[in-house]
Design a binder for this molecule. Structure first.
Ligand code: GYE
Length: 419
């Protein structure tokens, strides 16, 4: 209860320019506001949905639109996870009659991948002047120092909110402290920040990267079990990692390390960074092929663009991507589920593609509206995601006793997606 009250105080006092203007309010009036905001009684905010994915399988999921796949399903607050269904990517972005525009400073990482381009487009589609926003978009060009500079510029411009998609997890304490001192709320999206004081940002929304990795590994485990000829054979794996110290890399790499520990016959031959970029993915794969050649059975590739590079390298080396390991094919695992990635999955070049949804513009707009209204939001909010394959041999991936359905890809499904 005490913790809830503290959080409500924080939300009320920390709601952008309007929040700052409110700070002259007398403490008696603030106490009244605290009561109104739900302190002292159960919050009336509705939650619903489920932590566990539906078990109906591919049929129902094929019917869902791509945008639905980005619903925000889980909130984590006070160390507990609760279901949450009140933000959805498929809802209209909010255009409320505010009477004044909100200025949003958005620090984007760069343009390294299809995923990143889709996320920038989503922001630009939602944060328009028609929707009541003035968006200042800053491209960090793959450098954390540029992002820090952008935060400082946003502070100088006295923006209403800062949205940060942080390149790596560490190194944000001072700039976020400066934003806090200036009374500007910071929303972290996609990757996470690790800061000494969690109050330096208001809320985080993004993907559960560890779960993505766990689901990919669970799929591999289930697939190998369907291949009796491979039982107990050594499975040589290489990991083409994303940008080091980025949450997406950490979660996905950790999942693989853990899975390798659990399987005596899985051998992690090499781990190399391809920076989430196609050309680097190809280079790294070329190197690994030189060193390990046909010992490589599985390439665990931490995003689609690097997977495209990996596929080029395999082709140039005269090797075939596929799932028939006993005939020497190399099984490629990927993440993001961008359109081209899914096309390659449908063609069988990528065996399984685990979704990471970049269409977070509408969710951020809803988060901002909630903050504007003084609502209390959970600190951490996860997007719901799917997993796609064109093989029908594995219908679910099981992680920590939860079953996650694997969606059977169709051309129609790919065409219906937004990215
Ligand atoms: O997987 C990759 C991008 O942070 C989730 O960054 C994001 C990752 C995504 O460049 O394609």
């Amino acid at each position: 209860m005490v913790w809830d009250c503290a959080k409500n105080w924080n939300t009320l006092l920390y709601a952008g320019k309007r929040g700052r203007k409110r700070m002259f309010l007398s403490s008696a009036f603030l106490a009244a506001l605290l009561l109104l905001s739900g302190c002292g009684k159960e919050s009336g905010r509705k939650t619903g949905g489920t932590d566990h994915p539906p078990k109906e399988g591919s049929e129902r999921i094929t019917e869902l639109s791509a945008s639905e796949s980005g619903s925000l399903i889980r909130e984590e607050s006070g160390g507990k996870e609760k279901p949450r269904t009140d933000f959805h990517l498929n809802e209209e972005p909010i255009a409320v009659n505010r009477g004044e525009q909100l200025t949003i400073g958005f620090s984007q990482i760069g343009a390294e991948s299809d995923w990143r381009l889709a996320s920038s487009a989503s922001m630009e589609q939602v944060f328009t002047s028609d929707n009541g926003y003035n968006l200042i978009f800053s491209d960090g060009q793959q450098k954390q120092e540029n992002q820090i500079k952008a935060i400082r510029e946003f502070i100088g411009q006295d923006v209403d909110y800062i949205i940060l998609d942080p390149m790596t997890e560490y190194g944000w304490d001072s700039s976020l402290q400066e934003a806090k001192d200036a009374g500007i709320p910071v929303i972290i999206v996609d990757r996470e920040v690790k800061v000494e004081d969690e109050n330096l940002y208001t809320v985080w929304a993004g993907s559960d990267f560890r779960l993505e990795g766990d689901r990919a590994c669970a799929w591999l485990e289930a697939y190998l079990e369907t291949q009796p000829g491979l039982k107990d054979s050594k499975i040589g794996i290489v990991d083409v990692q994303g940008t080091l110290d980025a949450s997406a890399q950490i979660g996905r790499s950790d999942a693989l390390l853990e899975a390798v520990k659990k399987h005596e016959n899985w051998e992690l031959l090499a781990v190399e960074c391809g920076d989430f970029v196609q050309a680097k993915g190809r280079e790294v794969m070329e190197q690994m092929l030189k060193e390990y050649g046909s010992r490589i059975n599985v390439v665990y590739c931490e995003n689609d663009n690097m997977a495209y590079g990996v596929l080029e390298a395999l082709e140039n080396a005269g090797m075939k991507a596929g799932t028939d390991l006993s005939s020497g094919e190399v099984l490629v695992i990927s993440f993001d589920a961008a359109r081209q990635g899914l096309e390659k999955t449908l063609q069988g070049e990528i065996a399984v593609d685990t979704e990471c949804n970049p269409l977070y513009g509408p969710i951020l707009s809803r988060i901002i509206m909630a903050l504007e209204q003084g609502d209390e939001l959970p600190k951490r909010n996860y997007f719901e995601e799917k997993q796609f394959s064109s093989l029908d041999t594995v219908s679910e991936a099981v992680v920590n006793d939860s079953s996650y359905p694997v969606v059977m890809l169709t051309e129609e499904l790919i065409l219906g997606r937004e990215y």
